[in-house]
Design a protein around this ligand. Structure first.
Ligand SMILES: *[C@@H]1O[C@H](CO)[C@@H](O)[C@H](O)[C@H]1NC(C)=O
Ligand SMILES: *[C@@H]1O[C@H](CO)[C@@H](O)[C@H](O)[C@H]1NC(C)=O
Ligand SMILES: *[C@@H]1O[C@H](CO)[C@@H](O)[C@H](O)[C@H]1NC(C)=O
Ligand SMILES: *[C@@H]1O[C@H](CO)[C@@H](O)[C@H](O)[C@H]1NC(C)=O
Length: 519
């Protein structure tokens, strides 16, 4: 989501923080070094707020940290894990409570980190890593899943195209409105919505988190009782609108359901063609005028976001099918949309690279227009197996992966500090550590995983948190000190390795020149 550029371009009126006088602002805290430093060569700062300043305590997360202290051999890797895995819970659970008209309906308002609003996509990704410690619906962390899903459902019912929101009335937080100027259809309420960049992965994120919660708890009751069914209906209705082509059968223009224009210095901060963006043909795919980076798309059919949507529509259709109070046929509608999307990806999303290889395109328009690149933000092409859309050994995926992690991808950069995928959201050679984390998630190659983790551990500028981007040759040039999505993703990787490839956690991740006899 919006990083450095977005931050200074939007004249935001930030929400008034609820942190008490004794608790330092984490925006500042995360830019300063705190003792004790880790004992490896990177001397990473300790970045957890003091216990009384943490915004949620999860016994499962604390247990995992304690256990991994004995498992992870490298002190710098352990420090990075210990700082990052709990970061969302430590710093970003701004408010929890219940709905004013239903005291059983939990609500949780999760801020992205250094921007004081709740993104649907970010919050899904911020909470998802805790599925590693979610065992049953009575666990303390389960309430955070339910509260986040209920909050997202409320937003998606009201404004399905919007991506970031202000605290609910129940929170009693005196939030200012976003002072930036936008012209958006359909219109929205500025007292509820922070920004309304429509990104398909907001829906994908909501469905993914729904799947994660169900998968761990089998708590069907939750999905029946609150706003989940109407939220899915809202998504399906809007998705059908966003499948519509630009021209009807007789060549007449069909104005799109969603348009967006903004006063901004950044071309990627608004939509071309007077807010309509480029025309699209009918493909079965769903338009995503904005990318997971919050940048505008070149072509609206983002392939990775559609992969995510198809996969999680299928997974959550199985939940819907089990709900006694779900309207008849709704699960079937979800599966039909997933099938439309899969068909569109097969027909339009697979293209030839300049070397003649068949690979997935990043974006297409259904006219033959295609954009060959990958962006570090997830959903990305690199993340396709992580999203559960393809197997990591699928030949088409492997060819796409080779393309993404090579100079053929215009957003790939090699450097002395870090090599990986960046994003047009920042600039060339501002590599996103998130892309190296995703590289590690999507391979079984032991040394590739090792090398990716080693670069991430070695490129935090000693701060011990995952930054949005890092200059490929200078770890002190980074963006976003407090990016809890990326922090959580790193924690999730370590938790997954612990389960599946624990040997890696016993390796050393030190810089070459470092020698420490006590290690
Ligand atoms: C978390 O636990 C600490 C004590 O260890 C307490 O001071 C703090 O208030 C707790 N935070 C929340 C949100 O309950
Ligand atoms: C609570 O209010 C929401 C609208 O904000 C409504 O959709 C929902 O049905 C209400 N729930 C109950 C239990 O009345
Ligand atoms: C949860 O996910 C795992 C791994 O994908 C799968 O094997 C299991 O069947 C799922 N359980 C449920 C209840 O969906
Ligand atoms: C537009 O899509 C239709 C089918 O959905 C296809 O028959 C047609 O060839 C496409 N148009 C172009 C210009 O590719």
């Amino acid at each position: 989501m919006a990083g450095l550029l977005g931050r200074w371009l939007l004249p935001l009126v930030l929400l008034i923080g609820v942190s008490t006088a004794e608790c330092p602002s984490y925006s500042r805290y995360s830019q300063e070094y705190h003792e004790p430093f880790s004992t490896g060569g990177h001397k990473l700062s300790y970045m957890r707020p003091s216990p009384e300043c943490r915004t949620f305590n999860s016994s499962g997360v604390e247990k995992a940290i304690t256990k991994l202290k004995d498992v992870i051999a490298d002190p710098d890797l352990f420090r990075l894990f210990e700082n990052t895995f709990p970061n969302t819970l430590d710093t970003a659970i701004k408010w929890r409570g219940t709905a004013s008209n239903n005291s059983d309906e939990e609500l949780c308002f999760v801020i992205t980190g250094d921007i004081d609003a709740m993104w649907v996509r970010d919050s899904a990704n911020q909470i998802a890593p805790y599925k590693a410690v979610l065992k049953q619906k009575t666990d303390d962390i389960a309430s955070v899943f339910r509260g986040t899903l209920n909050m997202q459902a409320r937003y998606l019912i009201q404004f399905p195209y919007c991506n970031a929101f202000l605290p609910p009335e129940e929170a009693g937080i005196n939030a200012g409105t976003n002072g930036a100027r936008y012209k958006v259809t359909p219109p929205y309420d500025v007292n509820v919505v922070f920004t309304c960049n429509f990104e398909l992965d907001d829906w994908g994120g909501f469905l993914q988190l729904s799947h994660d919660y169900y998968n761990r708890t089998q708590d069907l009751d939750f999905f029946s009782k609150f706003q989940w069914i109407p939220a899915v209906q809202s998504i399906l209705n809007a998705a059908k609108d966003m499948q519509r082509p630009t021209y009807g059968p007789d060549g007449e223009w069909i104005p799109p359901a969603y348009t967006f224009q903004s006063y901004t210095m950044s071309a990627a901060g608004t939509q071309g063609n007077n807010g309509f963006n480029s025309p699209v043909n009918y493909t079965g795919l769903v338009r995503s005028p904005f990318r997971p980076s919050d940048d505008s798309a070149i072509y609206d059919f983002g392939i990775a976001a559609n992969m995510m949507m198809a996969r999680y529509l299928d997974s959550t259709a199985s939940i819907m099918a089990k709900l006694p109070n779900a309207p008849k046929g709704l699960a079937g509608e979800m599966r039909d949309l997933a099938n439309d999307i899969r068909g569109g990806i097969e027909q339009w999303g697979i293209v030839r690279s300049p070397t003649g290889q068949k690979i997935y395109a990043y974006e297409v328009d259904g006219y033959g227009g295609r954009n060959l690149m990958d962006d570090a933000n997830i959903p990305s092409l690199l993340s396709a197996p992580f999203l559960g859309y393809v197997d990591r050994n699928d030949p088409l995926y492997l060819r796409t992966r080779d393309f993404v992690l090579s100079k053929m991808n215009p957003w790939y950069c090699k450097g002395s500090v870090i090599s990986g995928v960046g994003s047009p959201h920042i600039r060339p050679c501002a590599v996103w550590p998130m892309s190296l984390i995703m590289q590690a998630f999507t391979t079984d190659d032991y040394w590739e995983i090792f090398a990716a983790i080693r670069e991430v551990v070695g490129s935090t500028s000693g701060l011990g948190l995952i930054h949005e981007s890092v200059d490929s040759n200078d770890e002190t040039q980074w963006t976003r000190q407090w990016f809890t999505w990326a922090n959580g993703l790193f924690g999730q990787l370590i938790m997954e390795l612990w389960e599946e490839k624990p040997d890696i956690l016993t390796e050393g991740f030190q810089p070459f020149r470092y020698e420490n006899k006590s290690m």
